[in-house]
Design a protein around this ligand. Structure first.
Ligand code: NAD
Length: 497
């Protein structure tokens, strides 16, 4: 199927795909596929005003009814799964099963949010005063801005949107300027859900197209009380302080530098599979991709040997082709950054296996994933390079491995491969991994939506998706109700007038 056919199947018209100033290329072959219309920065205030007006209506719609809209979105996504997955492949270069998996993640979060729409519980709290009751209520906050990265072009929006909508907040989405088509396609699907829902206020779900300047309008506006931003730490360090500076609530999901500790007792076959999926899946362009392997020196040579062999046989190529496991990087700038990191690692004493351009692939940025044996955890290793590079370091004792593991600025995902109960428990204990996600005997990537997703340190501290992440999208109100005929003060204070 041609690129244009894929786009037509999700209902994107020739008019929507041409005449605009944002040029879109497919990483599959570098072909130019569309010129999308960008939002005029001068229109942003009107967008925010529409969301504010929608908020005044939506906040009073009962939460289970709000959940009905998200249920319909889930239904529409189920119907359009193949078509939207194909656009993810076309625009982000993900292999077919990962493109479909991303849409499945959208469906899963819709299901989760529908249930949640009947569970936005507060507590009842014992009051110290007679004839009084205390409780907690959770209320909607207002428009939620969602700035997303290219590598999860639709799932991250849905994590935010499904929760924000059931929590009573309108959504304004600014997708990555590298992936506007998946966003426009998702808006088509959302429009069908809104149509079926019937009486949602205009401006409840909006999408604005453009680069950082359009994002900044959301970041700067007090009319957007919640700002969820997913992307590089560089972007987060610009966005976070600005949102806080206007007393908004940032939810930051930034870069990772995820590690695996491989202990002497590890099941090596399982480890091998976990490493390969986590390090080269999505061509190393997941925030949770495995980037650092910390291996016990007694098994290091054996594991590296097996990995180098497995890497040599990786099917690299067109992500649409059956059997491909490694598709292209998003663009040639990403290839340059990968090459620069490999050069820097070499200069720091690293021994590089693989790397370089994959042969026989024209147009797209197809690279051979690299394994780099490092003498120590250098500055290059401590930096996130968004490409399939796996740095390998050895260790002799568990404490040393733990030190190395935590000695990076990022804190997203982590794991240990071990059959030793003490090591496994120590890894997830208070003195263990300092990341938001810490796994035992599975890789660091491929999270399920049921858990809260996010990380510490330079990863930004935000939490999205499952568990009680919904609380970030609501304001907590403490209520004290006096049903007595007296007015006692707390803490025994007397103030008789
Ligand atoms: P990026 O930082 O270049 O861009 C991300 C988004 O931020 C884009 O929409 C961009 O237009 C916008 N943006 C950039 N500067 C801005 C500014 N000053 N104000 C407002 N908006 C701005 O990131 P990318 O290259 O698209 O994505 C890769 C990065 O994202 C990696 O670092 C990866 O680890 C991270 N990521 C993190 C998570 C997570 O959940 N922690 C998930 C996916 C990706």
């Amino acid at each position: 199927m041609s690129h244009q056919d894929v786009l037509a199947k999700v209902g994107l018209s020739a008019e929507e795909l041409s005449g605009g100033s944002l040029s879109v290329r497919s990483p599959i072959d570098g072909a130019h596929v569309a010129d999308v219309h960008e939002t005029d920065p001068g229109e942003m205030q009107a967008v925010i005003d529409r969301a504010q007006a929608a908020f005044k209506v939506w906040r009073s719609v009962p939460a289970p009814r709000r959940g009905e809209l998200v249920r319909l979105l889930g239904e529409e996504l189920r119907r359009s799964k193949d078509e939207l997955g194909a656009v993810v492949t076309l625009e982000a270069g993900k292999i077919v099963s990962e493109g479909l998996g991303e849409v499945q993640e959208m469906i899963d979060i819709c299901d989760f949010a529908v249930g949640l729409s009947r569970q936005l519980y507060g507590l009842t709290i014992a009051s110290e005063r007679p004839g009084h009751r205390m409780m907690e209520s959770w209320h909607p906050m207002g428009p939620c801005g969602v700035i997303t990265a290219f590598n999860f072009p639709v799932a991250v929006w849905s994590w935010n949107a499904a929760l924000a909508l059931v929590c009573g907040n309108p959504v304004i989405w600014k997708p990555s300027e590298k992936t506007p088509l998946t966003a426009l396609a998702s808006m088509k699907i959302m429009a069908r859900a809104l149509d079926r829902f019937g009486d949602a206020p205009e401006g409840l779900v909006q999408c604005v197209i453009g680069g950082p300047a359009i994002g900044e309008a959301l970041v700067a506006s007090p009319g957007v009380p919640i700002l969820s931003a997913t992307g590089s730490t560089r972007m987060g360090s610009a966005v976070g302080p600005k949102v806080l500076g206007r007393w908004g609530r940032p939810i930051l999901e930034l870069g990772g530098n995820n590690a695996m500790i491989v202990a002497p007792s590890a099941d090596l076959e399982m480890t091998l599979r976990a490493v390969v999926f986590s390090a080269v899946g999505t061509a190393g362009q997941r925030c949770t991709s495995l980037r650092r392997l910390i291996v016990h020196n007694s098994i290091r040579e054996e594991l590296v040997g097996k990995l180098v062999k497995a890497y040599a046989g990786l099917p690299i190529g067109d992500p649409r082709a059956e059997g491909t496991l490694v598709g292209p990087l998003i663009d040639h700038d990403a290839t340059d950054r990968m090459q620069a990191a490999l050069d820097a690692a070499r200069a720091e004493g690293g021994k590089v296996h693989g790397g370089g351009m994959a042969e026989g692939m024209d147009g797209g940025a197809y690279v051979r994933p690299a394994i780099v044996e490092m003498p120590s955890q250098t500055e290059t290793v401590r930096t996130e390079t968004f490409a399939p590079i796996l740095y390998v370091m050895g260790y002799d004792d568990f404490d040393e491995a733990m030190e190395l593991h935590n000695a990076v600025p990022q804190g997203l995902s982590s794991c240990i491969m071990t059959l030793n109960l003490r090591e496994a428990e120590a890894f997830v204990s208070a003195a263990g991994s300092d990341c938001g996600i810490a796994n035992v005997n599975i890789g660091p990537s491929g999270a399920e939506i049921g858990g809260a997703f996010g990380g510490e340190k330079e990863t930004g501290g935000g939490r999205e998706s499952g568990s009680d992440a919904w609380k970030s999208y609501m304001r907590r109100q403490t209520n004290t109700i006096n049903f007595s005929d007296a007015l006692p003060l707390a803490q025994g204070v007397r103030f008789d007038v």
